[in-house]
Design a binder for this molecule. Structure first.
Ligand code: SAH
Length: 368
């Protein structure tokens, strides 16, 4: 038997090519693509507008993968953490942050992570492997399925990924509005699979998400930021800055030794963001390490030439990590310093902390 190809690894143009290579008409690709992403069909037999012959042929040359959550945990704040077992026994996690009409899903891009940021739990495990395009989009599809049967009891709080003041335009509590690549892994370290996954997400015939509602977060891989901007210019960029001096950033984020702050900020200012969109700077507040007013002052100076907004993330403690959470007073003072200087800043409450679904707490089954 020939090696079958997972169609969920293919963007629409790639699917067209695949079918053409099999001697089929190009327009069949659109039909198949819609069955996969709009009807969530995984079985060629159900694709009723396609001839029986083609369906049979497809079943011998291709398949359509799926992910089923192995476990779903719901936190006190409604946050849901999904654990997905992958075909080879690895596992990744996704986190749903429910807000009425504005659900945000945080998805993973790798099993483990190679970036080794000192404060991040995922980073303490080495990179096991990249996720495939299919595994990235399948996280979204599996959560959509769960939401359809089990819509969340909605939360009214502000969602920091959806702070542009628009009314929720997806009225269904079961719809996913925002995707953030802020789960396990460094998305820019897996661009070959992440870029097609984003193309599928924003394809009007695919998952039909708005490109303004897809955010890629990076620790600062400068050449890959350029590539992302070139290939998908309309996606939102978030940068985990986390320190305001190269000394400290070198220590807590090894990536800084290759791409120091100046180069990183240069890449941010060159990133093609349309209209009035801003780069999100994430800043993990580490108690007594980077949470002083001097840090706030330096942060403001560093980012002020770039259209920006700031996400402050109070450090979430985890076992075996020397860092401590900042005090409430330090968080408030840092936040106030920026607000008083007209920076758009949101302090991310520790969503999902009770189920270890907060930032830097995802590990799949690594190190279990
Ligand atoms: N690798 C990408 C995507 C992961 S996003 C990136 O670095 O941007 C995960 C976010 O959580 C990052 O901003 C990271 O700095 C932050 N983070 C990691 N560990 C954390 C922790 N223990 N507490 C709070 N935030 C943390």
């Amino acid at each position: 038997m020939t090696h079958r190809i997972d169609l969920k690894n293919l963007t629409l143009p790639a699917l067209e090519q695949f079918l053409q290579g099999q001697g089929k008409e190009r327009f069949r690709a659109l039909q198949v693509f819609k069955w996969i992403y709009q009807q969530d069909v995984a079985n060629f037999e159900e694709m009723t507008n396609i001839s029986k012959t083609l369906r049979t042929e497809l079943a011998t040359s291709a398949f359509i993968s799926n992910l089923e959550p192995e476990a779903i945990e719901e936190g006190n704040d409604g946050t849901r953490k999904y654990l997905f077992n992958l075909a080879d026994g690895h596992a990744v996690e996704s986190v749903l942050i429910p807000i009425e009409g504005r659900n945000t899903l945080c998805i993973s891009s790798q099993v483990g992570c190679a970036m080794a940021c000192e404060f991040c739990l995922t980073g303490t495990f080495k990179l096991a492997r990249n996720l495939t395009t299919a595994e990235i989009v399948n996280q979204i599809m599996a959560v959509k399925r769960d939401l359809a049967t089990n819509p969340p009891a909605v939360q009214a709080e502000l969602n920091d990924f959806d702070d542009d003041g628009d009314e929720g335009d997806s009225t269904s509590p079961a719809a996913i509005r925002n995707i953030v690549l802020m789960g396990m892994g460094e998305p820019l370290h897996n661009l070959d699979n992440v870029i097609p996954a984003i193309r599928i997400m924003i394809d009007g015939n695919g998952l039909q998400l708005s490109n303004r509602r897809v955010t890629v977060s990076t620790c600062g891989l400068v050449p890959e930021m350029e590539r992302l901007g070139r290939e998908i210019p309309n996606v939102n960029l978030a940068v985990s800055l986390n320190a305001t001096t190269d000394d400290l950033r070198n220590r807590i984020m090894p990536v800084n030794r290759s791409y120091p702050i100046k180069a990183l900020l240069q890449a941010c200012s060159e990133f093609p963001l349309p209209g009035r969109r801003k780069v999100t700077f994430e800043y993990v507040l580490l108690g007594g390490v980077n949470d002083s007013l001097d840090d706030a002052k330096r942060l403001l100076r560093l980012i002020s030439d770039i259209p920006n907004k700031v996400n402050l993330i109070p450090f979430n403690e985890h076992e075996g990590c020397e860092f401590r959470a900042p005090t409430r007073a330090a968080i408030d003072a840092f936040h106030k310093y920026l607000i008083d200087r007209h920076v758009t800043v949101i302090t991310r409450d520790s969503r999902g902390g009770d189920i270890s679904a907060a930032c830097g707490q995802l590990k799949g089954k690594l190190g279990k």
